[in-house]
Design a binder for this molecule. Structure first.
Ligand SMILES: C[S@@+](CC[C@H](N)C(=O)[O-])C[C@H]1O[C@@H](n2cnc3c(N)ncnc32)[C@H](O)[C@@H]1O
Length: 469
């Protein structure tokens, strides 16, 4: 069989990454746009691997009770798969079931990759800090919308060679022009509608808490003359795009000057969490859901309460700290003299973290890669500092790939009393948790939050404490 062929499939489960599991003659087929329990007609999109194929639903033969008209009409099953915008791969499911499936993926990952035999996890919408129905720390703009829409304060659109502007299709670099962006705030959607006349590349729309929507233009960087374009905007990747893979020249490309950065990316904007204001670059990292920073701050606070709070005499770390969001939560819990160091690889973010944490004399912000910082801390800390670290909290919030064994080993080597892991990828969290468990740390609570409604993404906050070792 080959891409384009149709199969009728019984869908049995959900898998990590927003795909659903079916089998054809024993071979796993990962299907997009399905629901467990359904019988669907699916078009094969990738048959290159022996272990599994990929397919998209084109017709629902026996629908689940959880199926809804897609929240984004442009992504509905009635639209040809290659024309559907990506980013809302759960938009055909009712919200409650989305959360059931996200929790299932998390629990499964914790069991399979983390060795946690019976994970006790919760999942809650944004605006709930504790995962057990308790009111969160969401600001006055309130709780999650009941339809799970209009939450994105950051959106990346793409511009192709013909000047079309829109999101990419799922698993593709094909730009889809769409009249609406239902996951984005209404203000971002309105600005998006007015965009035109951009060169090929990316346009980021950012709506901070204060001020209007910022438009950050990130044109494609110029390529050396005569070099093959590494990623042609009109050449879909993923979907049936096998030809030419590996055929690119490995000659080092001659240097060409980079296009200057849009100064808007470096404009300092204000984000608020409750009464606290955070400075952040418009183009820098900040949580995407309008309630995410408040929800996660509340969750971190609850996690800290689980272990009796923050010892004000100890030394605490906020690794992958961004502009100091969680260092502030630790310092608030510990009080005026709390010693907390935020460690972040981006120098601009660290600068902002320094200012955002200025009211705590014991708070510091360091520009460093987490692995290098931990290596030098391990080598240089004296007995008194080691003792303070052993009574402290290490919070880590790594990018999607997770922290990895080296960083986890180094953290465990400091023997902190407790560890708070904020994760945006269940499998990466589970792997790192498995490593922490090997060092004698066990999860006391794992609270997941649906900070990305209508997509498969889920955020989780795990509180670990040393139980042995
Ligand atoms: C998921 S964000 C979390 C930021 C912050 N905790 C927040 O919630 O606002 C991950 C952060 O890690 C930073 N980062 C990526 N790789 C890193 C590394 N190896 N060492 C330190 N920081 C890193 C990124 O620049 C980014 O700010």
């Amino acid at each position: 069989m080959q891409p384009g062929d149709l199969l009728d499939l019984d869908v049995t489960d959900v898998a990590h990454g927003g795909v659903f599991v079916a089998r054809h003659e024993g071979r796993v087929v990962f299907v997009e746009g399905a629901i467990p329990g359904e019988r669907v007609r699916a078009e094969l999109t990738d048959t290159a691997k022996a272990a599994f194929w990929r397919a998209d639903v084109v017709d629902v033969l026996d629908a689940s009770a959880h199926r809804r008209p897609h929240v984004w009409a442009a992504a509905d099953v009635s639209v040809p798969p290659a024309e559907r915008p990506g980013g809302a791969d759960f938009g055909h499911l009712d919200l409650d079931e989305q959360r059931v499936l996200k929790k299932r993926v998390l629990d499964d990952a914790l069991t399979r990759f983390g060795g946690v035999s019976e994970p006790e996890t919760t999942i809650s919408p944004a605006g709930d800090a504790g995962g057990r129905g308790d009111a969160g720390d969401a600001d006055s703009s309130g709780a999650e919308a009941s339809d799970g829409l209009r939450w994105r304060t950051r959106v990346s659109l793409h511009v192709d060679e013909e000047g079309r502007i829109g999101p990419f299709a799922a698993r593709s670099h094909r730009v889809i022009e769409t009249p609406d962006l239902p996951l984005a705030t209404a203000e971002i959607e309105e600005v998006a509608r007015s965009l035109e006349g951009f060169a090929p590349g990316r346009v980021d729309l950012v709506q901070p808490d204060e001020g209007g929507v910022r438009v950050i233009v990130r044109p494609e960087q110029p390529r050396p003359e005569g070099s093959e374009r590494a990623e042609r905007a009109d050449a879909p990747r993923g979907r049936g795009a096998r030809a030419g893979r590996g055929a690119r020249s490995r000659r080092p490309a001659p240097r060409v000057p980079r296009a200057p950065e849009d100064p808007t990316a470096r404009e300092t904007v204000i984000e608020r969490v409750g009464d606290r204001r955070f400075l952040v670059d418009a183009g820098g990292f900040w949580q995407v859901h309008r309630l995410a920073a408040a929800t996660l701050t509340g969750a971190v606070r609850r996690a800290l309460e689980t272990v009796g709070g923050v010892d004000p005499a100890a030394q605490h770390l906020d690794l992958y700290g961004g502009v100091g969001l969680f260092a502030a939560a630790i310092a608030e819990a510990g009080g005026a003299g709390t010693r907390v160091t935020s460690v972040e690889s981006d120098a601009r973010a660290t600068e902002h973290a320094g200012e955002n944490l200025a009211e705590w004399v014991g708070a510091r912000a360091e520009t460093a890669r987490a692995d290098r910082y931990l290596a030098s801390l391990s080598a240089q800390a004296g007995a008194a500092e080691r003792a303070r670290l052993a009574r402290g909290v290490v919070l880590l919030d790594p990018p999607r790939a997770g922290a990895g064994r080296e960083v986890v080993d180094r953290i465990a080597g400091l023997a902190p009393a407790s560890i708070v892991y904020v994760a945006c990828d269940p499998v990466a969290l589970a792997r790192d948790l498995g490593t922490f468990r090997g060092h004698g740390y066990e999860p006391l609570r794992i609270d997941a939050f649906d900070l990305f409604p209508h997509s498969h993404h889920v955020e989780a906050v795990a509180m670990l404490a040393r139980t042995s070792g």
